[in-house]
Design a protein around this ligand. Structure first.
Ligand SMILES: Nc1ncnc2c1ncn2[C@@H]1O[C@H](COP(=O)(O)OP(=O)(O)OP(=O)(O)O)[C@@H](O)[C@H]1O
Ligand SMILES: [Mg+2]
Length: 252
């Protein structure tokens, strides 16, 4: 089966800074791919290139066999590629239901407001936020805001979801809950997932394959246990002792 997403030789520069350096990455349909790397490695930038928010200096993004490089973000979203944000920014003066309804309206399927609302309610239930659907987004705690991000992503009827640090700031019980929802997105909704994460035991646990970025270069790719034992990967993380320890120990 051809990969659902092919990243071919992507280079992205900001002035003199090479944020992505000739990155190749294939993503298979219905896989959960972990994308890791130290701060500033280029993970969010790669997501922004995939979603059309940044134009690469060179290289291609091919989705379902179609070259979508340089397409505007709304057209990429219509194709079924949806990203959650590292800095969560719902419309604070809208309720949870309104936020998710908007996401449904701008998603892959064109639908009436009424259908979008129905779709939103279903997505809100999927992530366990039903008790909060009338609350203003600004009133939610961190975990609930992250779940709202997941509901917004799901309501857009995506084929692939790019998760940018959805676990950051969550306590262990909330991490377990979020991982369960992410797994169900794939198992029950058959959505392909790329997950960027610093919570190492979590990404090692949920991802079937892991790619590692370091200074914009892909330095490793493979099964979690292969990547965790890769010398270059461990060395890359030694720049940050806390992360390195987490990585080597594979906590929990
Ligand atoms: N819009 C921008 N303008 C200029 N430089 C940028 C921009 N976005 C990212 N960068 C730089 O590109 C590099 C990669 O940043 P990016 O945000 O992709 O890293 P990351 O892997 O997501 O890091 P983190 O784990 O901290 O989120 C960094 O050096 C960053 O400062
Ligand atoms: Mg980032």
């Amino acid at each position: 089966m051809a990969p659902i997403l092919e990243i071919k030789g992507i280079t992205k520069k900001f002035g003199n800074l090479v944020a992505l350096d000739n990155v190749d990455l294939d993503v298979d349909e219905e896989e959960i791919l972990g994308l890791i790397g130290p701060n500033g490695a280029g993970k969010t930038t790669l997501f922004n290139v995939i979603t059309g928010h940044y134009k690469p200096n060179s290289g291609k993004v091919v989705f379902e066999g179609k070259d979508v490089t340089g397409w505007p973000p709304h057209e990429i979203a219509r194709m079924g590629i949806v990203k959650t944000h590292q800095i969560v920014r719902p419309f604070s003066d809208l309720t949870v239901l309104e936020n998710v309804t908007v996401a449904a309206l701008f998603g892959r399927e064109r639908m009436s407001t009424r259908d979008a609302r129905r779709k939103a309610l279903e997505a809100i239930e999927f992530v366990g936020l039903s008790q909060k659907d009338d609350e203003l987004a600004s009133m939610l705690n961190v975990h609930e805001k992250k779940m709202l991000e997941l509901a917004r992503a799901l309501a857009a009827s995506p084929k692939i979801v790019l998760l940018d640090e959805v676990l950051a700031g969550l306590n262990p019980a909330e991490v377990a809950n979020a991982l369960d929802i992410v797994r169900r997105l794939r198992d029950e909704r058959r959505i392909t997932i790329i997950i960027v994460e610093h919570v190492m035991h979590a990404v090692m646990n949920i991802a079937e394959r892991i790619a590692v970025l370091h200074y914009g270069r892909k330095i490793a790719e493979g099964k979690p246990e292969e990547v965790a034992n890769d010398h270059e990967v461990i060395t890359a993380y030694l720049g940050d002792p806390e992360l390195a320890l987490k990585f080597v120990r594979r906590e929990r």
